[in-house]
Design a protein around this ligand. Structure first.
Ligand code: ADP
Length: 149
């Protein structure tokens, strides 16, 4: 009975925990940035995906595999803007800061992606306020087990 009660409590914890409290700092680069500079950015910032913006609002996502694909192609990486090879709006899967980490995990699973941009909706577009990834989920999972929450 104790084990069962504990596991129910943990599921509730995941529903009550908001993305805002568990998210990481996002790496956002402009659409005009060269593919080369985005690859350098991925190494410097040690992230698996970069969020792309146009006029300060979210316009795309680039993953490591997107960059590998374009790197083995014929494009000139130094001069081609990242806007040429990113996944674009409206195909982006996003999450709000007030949403639960459970919903974030469900979206990551359902869409088979590694990272969600955490966004704030404004009349002019989506402002990126954070990054929520499989790494965040792993950390929450481990913290839950050690009685952190
Ligand atoms: P990788 O391709 O390095 O394994 P992902 O699984 O995150 O990394 O990405 C898979 C594909 O989905 C890529 O083409 C990427 O551009 C796209 N993608 C990544 N994150 C998102 C997202 N939040 N919304 C929509 N598409 C995404």
């Amino acid at each position: 009975y104790y084990r069962k009660a504990k596991s129910v409590m943990s599921l509730q914890t995941l529903e009550n925990l908001s993305v805002r409290d568990m998210m990481s700092v996002p790496v956002v680069m402009d659409e005009e940035t060269s593919i080369y500079d985005v690859i350098v950015g991925i190494f410097i910032e040690n992230v698996s995906s970069v969020f792309i913006s146009k006029d300060g609002f979210l316009s795309g996502v680039v993953s490591r595999k997107d960059l590998l694909r374009v790197a083995i192609g014929k494009l000139d990486l130094q001069t081609t803007p990242i806007g040429m090879c990113m996944t674009r709006m409206p195909n982006l899967v996003t999450i709000g800061g007030d949403d639960s980490v459970l919903l974030a995990a469900q979206k990551i699973n359902a869409h088979k992606i590694d990272a969600l941009p955490v966004v704030e909706v404004t009349p002019d577009g989506l402002k990126v306020i954070g990054r929520f990834t499989k790494t965040n989920i792993t950390r929450i999972f481990a913290d839950l087990a050690s009685g952190e929450f």
